[in-house]
Design a protein around this ligand. Structure first.
Ligand SMILES: O=C(O)CCC(=O)C(=O)O
Ligand SMILES: [Fe+2]
Length: 381
């Protein structure tokens, strides 16, 4: 169990271009750990700076001006995917998976061989019901995620989070840009409205925009990045994409924090989890269940007993999709390592201890490329 939920964060939101303001209060986990100016960061996503017609660039041309050129750094500045979706027939090349990336990618996904494991939270917490507990353990050792019913969250409250989210993304771009995650219009930070940081010119970009806000502890809220209306916030926004066969909404990754609680769209599916080499489709939410998966932090704390699953989001040709993710993590200065009571001679530590903030840097570097193994597998002693 995470010691403290020191960082709830929310994401979602379209577009972005410029005009961010740096908040002065408690910097978020990632802001503290990333070089504030150069762009390395959290989940790589969009860039391309030429919104409406200069989008396409031959794939091969990318490397030429990579990192060294000071002349044109515009590729570092993401466009609003929402704007692109509204104005373009074809996604620009930065969003298109390359032939090699499509090999075995099976974007269509497979149907899960069994329903998503569902835990009755009321039952589990009231009576520590052994059957629910066994179900939970098994879900975390296999899939790494589960659904929660009977969680006590009002359905109407969950609906209003989505409504607020939709309202935010429907605001004019200029309005959304007031919450931009780009400081002075160019320097990436985690909080705010926008996309992933663009680290290299040949990075594949995600077909989504987001609003990422730190919500806990209350003192760490940075109201500079909060929309003034609606008063609530929200998170991932996936506009319709004309090429769902070639473009991902969010590239494959495992989450970093201990726990992710996800409110999914009730109508549009898109989330897929990887298990034993196969990508499985998670059906759209029903009955206001929540989806919970664990992240790298928890995987390390449990010495690998529980799995932080790889997942991705595919796009939809006709429908937009919204999701709201709450991340629960530990303090950036805290050391993360396998919990002592889980270790023995037969079960030695599989991971070294490391400060959360140092691990986060590795995590972002690892997933920016969009392919490769789970980071947890690369960190084993
Ligand atoms: O949109 C979703 O269903 C998942 C979003 C996600 O993976 C994330 O925000 O880390
Ligand atoms: Fe995720």
């Amino acid at each position: 169990r995470p010691a403290k939920s020191s960082g709830g964060a929310v994401q979602g939101s379209p577009g972005t271009e410029a005009g961010g303001r740096r908040g002065d209060s408690a910097a978020g986990l990632a802001e503290e750990t990333l070089p504030s100016m150069r762009g390395d960061a959290l989940r790589a996503t969009s860039s391309l700076k030429r919104a409406n017609n200069q989008g396409d660039r031959a794939p091969g041309s990318a490397k030429k001006h990579s990192r060294t050129s000071m002349a044109d750094e515009s590729w570092r500045l993401p466009n609003s995917v929402q704007q692109l979706a509204a104005n373009m027939q074809e996604p620009p090349s930065q969003y298109l998976l390359r032939e090699q990336e499509l090999l075995g990618a099976n974007l269509a996904g497979a149907e899960m061989p069994e329903p998503v494991p569902t835990i009755d939270l009321g039952l589990l917490s009231a009576s520590n019901d052994p059957e629910e507990a066994a179900k939970l353990r098994s879900a975390l050792q296999t899939w790494g995620f589960f659904q929660v019913s009977n969680h006590g969250m009002e359905a109407s409250m969950m609906d209003s989070v989505f409504t607020a989210s939709r309202e935010f993304f429907q605001l004019p771009l200029e309005e959304k840009k007031k919450c931009s995650n780009l400081i002075d219009g160019k320097h990436f930070q985690v909080e705010g409205y926008g996309n992933d940081q663009v680290r290299t010119q040949d990075q594949r970009l995600d077909w989504s925009d987001r609003l990422h806000l730190r919500v806990e502890p209350e003192g760490g809220r940075n109201l500079d990045h909060w929309p003034t209306h609606p008063k609530s916030f929200r998170f991932n926004h996936f506009p319709p994409c004309p090429r769902p066969d070639l473009v991902l909404g969010i590239k494959p990754h495992a989450d970093f924090p201990a726990l992710t609680v996800l409110l999914m769209d009730n109508d549009v599916a898109g989330l897929q989890y990887l298990r034993d080499g196969t990508w499985y489709n998670v059906p759209a939410a029903c009955d206001h269940t929540l989806l919970i998966n664990i992240g790298l932090t928890m995987e390390i704390m449990t010495n690998g007993i529980f799995t932080g699953p790889m997942h991705r989001v595919v796009t939809n040709a006709d429908k937009e999709r919204i999701s709201v993710a709450m991340f629960y993590g530990v303090d950036p200065e805290q050391e993360i390592g396998p919990m002592a009571h889980l270790l023995s001679e037969e079960q030695p530590a599989q991971y070294r201890k490391m400060k959360a903030k140092d691990l986060l840097v590795l995590h972002h570097e690892h997933y920016a490329g969009g392919r490769g193994p789970r980071i947890a597998d690369t960190l084993k002693i």
